[in-house]
Design a protein around this ligand. Structure first.
Ligand code: SF4
Ligand code: SF4
Length: 306
């Protein structure tokens, strides 16, 4: 398998200052776990030794721990690691305050700010905060983008228009039907038969569990398919290697979930009804399916290509 770059979503704390109705991390947030600062430092230094090139501080609201995160960003910078913070923008109530925060992060060496925006976030965070945060990034030359979480229903059209009217750089992100959103109605989506490949960015939780994917890592409870292990028991390098050597993860990245589902016998008329992560769950959160796929990964499945 060709080498892949090592990047990780770093969950420093599950604490958040708001409670979005759609939050995928809702179960973790209720426990309010936080990593020890010195542990986080040691992990980042170890990550640097084992070729981790990018860290995204996420899970809960990272900037609730501003001083700690700023120091960890500095450490990333010193070790040549690209750093990103994912934030809900609560701190950008005024332009002045927003400028102060962004300029400090910039000085610390932050590479990118990812600002969350959705009809669920914006029940708690004023839309003006998002404009302030983006303006500060533009002013200080900090790369940013807005992660526009949507269920692709017409309900979000006015929010999207708001982003366009304010000339903000945004990318729509599909809402994930896990956590609090698990029971939401799923509007029909219109799409064709696309491959559903997934880059699978790893995730480290504050209690040091590492998962092969940051979005639904701990949600596949029937099989624990995405769970790699805990850093108290294994090294960062060993856990990354587990991810890199897993043939099914490799096939998810390169072949895509659609071909895997088709190989397994899913009808094409069924496959097109699923969103990517739902399809992933159908395939890999089933003991029976996983057992078939694991057995065939290196023989039949890998040849199920055009
Ligand atoms: S801001 Fe993010 S972590 Fe906090 S409740 Fe909303 S979706 Fe969850
Ligand atoms: S498709 Fe699977 S591996 Fe990728 S983000 Fe969704 S649940 Fe995770």
């Amino acid at each position: 398998m060709p080498p892949i770059s090592r990047q990780i979503a770093f969950g420093y704390s599950t604490q958040c200052n708001i409670k979005c109705d759609h939050c995928v991390a809702a179960d973790e947030l209720s426990q309010n776990v936080k990593m020890e600062f010195n542990t986080a430092k040691a992990i980042i230094e170890e990550m640097a030794r084992y070729d981790v090139t990018g860290i995204s501080f996420t899970a809960g609201e990272p900037l609730l721990f501003f001083n700690d995160i700023r120091n960890l960003i500095q450490l990333c910078k010193q070790n040549g690691i690209y750093s990103r913070i994912v934030t809900n923008g609560y701190w950008a109530k005024t332009q002045e305050h927003s400028d102060n925060i962004v300029s400090e992060l910039m000085l610390s060496g932050l590479a990118q700010l990812r600002i969350s925006f959705s009809r669920w976030h914006q029940k708690h965070i004023h839309q003006g905060n998002i404009v302030n945060a983006a303006s500060s990034c533009q002013k200080y030359g900090l790369d940013y983008f807005i992660s526009f979480v949507t269920d692709f229903s017409g309900h979000d059209d006015s929010l999207e228009q708001f982003l366009r009217d304010n000339k903000l750089k945004f990318f729509p992100e599909p809402m994930m039907y896990f956590g609090r959103a698990g029971g939401f109605d799923r509007p029909r989506i219109f799409t064709d038969y696309h491959p559903n490949m997934c880059s699978m960015n790893a995730y480290l939780s504050p209690d040091l569990d590492m998962f092969a994917c940051c979005d639904a890592g701990n949600r596949f409870t029937k099989t624990s398919f995405l769970f790699l292990g805990n850093l108290k028991d294994q090294s960062i390098d060993a856990l990354f290697q587990k991810k890199e050597k897993n043939m099914l993860f490799y096939l998810i990245r390169t072949m895509g979930l659609t071909n895997i589902a088709s190989y397994l016998g899913f009808k094409s008329s069924e496959i097109v009804k699923y969103r990517k992560c739902e399809l992933c769950e159908k395939l890999f959160n089933s003991v029976e399916n996983l057992s078939i796929l694991e057995k065939s990964a290196k023989s039949g499945l890998i040849n199920w290509r055009r």
